[in-house]
Design a protein around this ligand. Structure first.
Ligand code: NAD
Length: 358
């Protein structure tokens, strides 16, 4: 029996996590779900969007399957999703983007793995509000130490990138490549402009790469990487990136394989792992039983592999691939015409996949 923390999330989270729970159980693997809520409603009720009980549950169970959680824009609490990664030191965000035959896409045979650093960079949450004492002191410090002037009415976000953080994420990318028999790791950066943050990332990545002579290593500047991925995605294999570029390139790669509805992810640390789709809570579709549950199901497949249940993972992957190939029981986003009235519901997709699990 595997005890797993299940965070339904909000928006479309509860409906897609329920669909994922059903298909995972249909593989025959015994799960005991420790259901823990987080987000806006929990904040309204308990005064904290990520109560300690959620963290304690994941610490105890080591593994969580998580639905997306809405982040209020501009005001309110910081992202629960980012906080969770920071509190549990889930430094590695793994996002495989693989083509499935029958998926509506401009590209075929995409097989990319995005390895995104999850704890540093502009996501570290070190920000100074316009006109705050902190912002004023920082502007003063920068003037005194560099001679450069920052406009007085600026807000400031800091971008820390460390040797420690870079070493462990690049190592994770190479270890993944080795374990999964991948041929190449590409480090993505903007070291030509940000010499002391991205420059450090690139230099450190090169040093780590020397310890993996069996795997090819190269680097690409992030803007060029965007164009390369659109023009010749087949040249790339495993990409390792600092946090912000990883976030953006993940969505680009999701677009290559047919959209966010098919892009899974995992946030992995030395001790714990949280599996969740790349997409967010899509609030406008909340409660409509309409969105694609496949991304979180694919995250569930990653979870099965992570806990060593590879046969069950293959079984579920094959059933999901068969449903995509058949093209009948897929949600609106995977139909050739988006408003196709024959589109399946979220729960209908789960039913179809369960019927194909053998
Ligand atoms: P989103 O990913 O929620 O949705 C963007 C659009 O993508 C949707 O309007 C929809 O058209 C499409 N889409 C997303 N998921 C889909 C699915 N499963 N099936 C079909 N179509 C799908 O992005 P957003 O609107 O920028 O963010 C909404 C909220 O989610 C925000 O509050 C954001 O902060 C949060 N968010 C959370 C996470 C997370 O929990 N890890 C990740 C990203 C965004």
């Amino acid at each position: 029996m595997y005890r797993i923390t299940l965070i339904p999330g909000d928006g479309v989270g509860p409906e897609i996590t329920e669909a994922a729970r059903r298909v995972l159980e249909a593989t025959g693997i015994p799960f005991e779900w420790d259901i823990q809520n987080a987000g806006q409603e929990v904040y309204n009720r308990e005064g904290n969007p990520l109560p300690n009980r959620v963290l304690e549950s994941i610490k105890k169970n080591k593994i969580a399957l998580k639905g997306p959680i809405t982040t209020p824009v501009g005001t309110g609490f910081r992202s629960v999703n980012v906080l969770l990664r920071q509190k549990l030191d889930l430094f590695c965000c793994l996002r495989p983007c693989k083509s499935y035959q029958g998926a509506k896409t401009r590209y075929e045979n995409i097989d990319l793995v995005i390895v995104r650093e999850n704890s540093e960079d502009l996501y570290a949450g070190i920000e100074y509000q316009k006109d705050s004492e902190g912002a004023k002191s920082l502007i003063e410090l920068i003037k005194n130490t560099t001679g450069k002037t920052i406009r007085g009415d600026s807000g400031i976000s800091l971008k820390p990138i460390s040797v420690y953080g870079t070493e462990r994420i690049v190592r994770a990318a190479f270890e993944y490549a080795r374990k999964n028999k991948r041929r190449k790791v590409t480090a993505v950066h903007k070291a030509n402009i940000m010499k002391y943050s991205d420059g450090l990332f690139l230099e450190t990545a090169g040093e780590v790469a020397e310890k993996y002579p069996d795997i090819e290593f190269e680097d690409k500047i992030v803007d060029n990487m965007c164009m390369q991925l659109v023009q010749k995605p087949e040249l790339y294999d495993v990409l390792v990136l600092p946090n912000l570029y990883g976030d953006i390139i993940s969505d680009l790669a999701a677009g290559l394989i047919g959209g966010l509805g098919l892009a899974p992810g995992a946030n992995i640390g030395d001790e714990h792992a949280v599996f969740e789709a790349t997409h967010g809570s899509a609030p406008k579709y909340k409660g409509l039983n309409k969105v694609n549950p496949m991304a979180i199901m694919l995250s569930g497949i990653m979870m099965l592999r992570h806990i060593g249940e590879t046969t069950a993972a293959e079984k579920l992957d094959n059933a999901l691939a068969a449903v995509i190939k058949e093209g009948k029981s897929v949600t609106y986003d995977m139909k050739p015409v988006p408003d196709d009235s024959t589109a399946a519901t979220t729960s209908g997709v789960a039913d179809a996949i369960i019927s194909k699990i053998s």
